[in-house]
Ligand binder design. Structure first.
Ligand SMILES: Cc1cc2nc3c(=O)[nH]c(=O)nc-3n(C[C@H](O)[C@H](O)[C@H](O)COP(=O)(O)OP(=O)(O)OC[C@H]3O[C@@H](n4cnc5c(N)ncnc54)[C@H](O)[C@@H]3O)c2cc1C
Length: 408
């Protein structure tokens, strides 16, 4: 039983989601897998570091022609005798995976969140309000992985790249023109997202939102009315009818937290909400909440981010975590009693570098590009030991946090 993974590698850089899918497929298979791709992708041999033993590329397919791509995947799966086909739950994967499943009479897990436990895959249902554990009982299975679900493996090594030899049928779609939606970090791939809503009052006030995003190395997003009113481009609209994202950190500024908005962002690992209305529904879904006027809070966050960046780059070269920046609790943000509600929702024992636990004066790395200081003044603060400098020195970029904590 072999496993293949279908990925979209068009462009100059292999997308993060493609590397995640290869990593996931090789973990599922317990060894190297065959990656199937198309178009002009470069450096395909580097997928070997993520777990691909071989990459089969159909250079002749340059557009998202789902029928040709379905033929490609089915052809490779048949030749390789693959019974597991992994793809990414993105636009390309969503167009191809169900077709492949139908052709192979395979069960399809759409939007798997990780490796199966007891043979069951978890996936979101009802816009992320619940999770379903699904088991595939057919001989073949197609698994579409949600982006940002697994850390990318980097084991070194190189994959063998082969050109696809075979008939993919007539070309029905020709590419006329490519217009780039934006030059920044693509939203589905972003580990950090700074998002704003109607609370920003108008497009002329987006400067600070963009500045904070740039300082954090984050992508920008917005609520639907903001895109509808043409304050921001439509590709930034997140939610039920927009892009669904799963960043490590989602900062929502002046967004009420309507259910349709939450549907696209509630899978974010940490949610920070800034809203002047303490009753805004978004606070119920938040891990951190700042009750305040965005026009007062944002400049302070920008100031803090600039300070942290300056300290970070002042650290010895090649070792950004060498010295944890000395931090004093900033005057803002102040976490109100509401953050206590949010805190209880969050997991105490979250592992890895990300945790929803409020910490006092602790500077942490949310991603290789961002440092964040979190400080609280309210009685809901959980005080925990600060990681020793040696821990920062010896760790890789992400600092594991203690998993034990107390609640007040
Ligand atoms: C079928 C359907 C699909 C939809 N799909 C989506 C979707 O995909 N995505 C989406 O976002 N919406 C979607 N919506 C719309 C959704 O229901 C909400 O109307 C929308 O999300 C509200 O956007 P908002 O929070 O930016 O604006 P508002 O609801 O106007 O909220 C503005 C918030 O900003 C706060 N605020 C105001 N001034 C300040 C300030 N100075 N500082 C700080 N906070 C401030 C206010 O307290 C308020 O909470 C959909 C609706 C329908 C019916």
């Amino acid at each position: 039983m072999s496993t293949i993974v279908f990925i979209d590698t068009r462009g100059n850089k292999i997308p993060k989601a493609a590397q995640e899918a290869v990593t996931y497929a090789s973990q599922l298979a317990g060894g190297p897998v065959t990656a199937v791709t198309f178009g002009d992708g470069k450096d395909l041999e580097t997928l070997g570091a993520n777990g691909a033993g071989k990459v089969i590329v159909a250079r002749q397919v340059t557009t998202l022609d789902s029928q040709q791509l379905t033929r490609l995947v089915v052809d490779v799966a048949t030749k390789e005798g693959a019974t597991t086909i992994v793809s990414v739950s993105d636009a390309t994967g969503k167009a191809v995976a169900p077709r492949v499943a139908a052709r192979l009479k395979a069960g399809h897990v759409a939007g798997a969140l990780g490796l199966p436990v007891d043979g069951k895959f978890l996936r979101n249902v009802f816009s992320g309000k619940a999770k379903a554990a699904v088991e595939v009982t057919s001989a073949a299975r197609v698994i579409s992985l949600m982006p940002n679900s697994v850390p990318i493996a980097n084991t070194g090594g190189s994959a063998v790249v082969e050109e696809f030899q075979g008939d993919l049928g007539p070309v029905r779609i020709t590419l006329k023109e490519v217009r780039k939606a934006g030059t920044g970090i693509p939203l589905p791939e972003a580990e950090l997202v700074v998002s704003a809503g109607r609370g920003m009052k108008g497009p002329e006030h987006w400067g600070p939102v963009e500045e904070l995003a740039t300082l954090l190395g984050a992508a920008t997003a917005c609520s639907r009315p903001v895109a509808d009113m043409h304050w921001r481009p439509h590709h930034e609209h997140v939610g039920q009818t927009g892009v669904a994202i799963r960043p490590n950190l989602y900062i929502a500024i002046g967004i009420s937290g309507a259910i349709q908005h939450l549907a696209g962002v509630n899978q974010s690992k940490v949610i920070c909400v800034i809203n002047k209305d303490p009753e805004a529904p978004f606070f119920k879904a938040a891990d951190y909440g700042i009750v305040g006027d965005a026009f007062e809070v944002l400049p302070k966050l920008i100031e803090a981010a600039k300070k942290l960046n300056a300290e970070r780059w002042a650290a010895p070269r090649g070792c950004h975590n060498a010295t944890p920046p000395r931090t004093t609790p900033p005057r803002t943000p102040i976490f109100t009693a509401r953050s206590r509600v949010a805190w209880r929702r969050s997991s105490c024992a979250s592992s890895g570098s990300l945790t929803a636990t409020p910490t006092r004066g602790l500077t942490r790395s949310y991603s290789p590009r961002c440092m964040a200081t979190v400080a609280c003044r309210s009685s809901s603060v959980v005080s925990r030991p600060r990681p020793s400098p040696s821990r920062w020195r010896t760790s890789s970029r992400r600092v594991p946090l203690p998993t034990t904590c107390s609640r007040t």
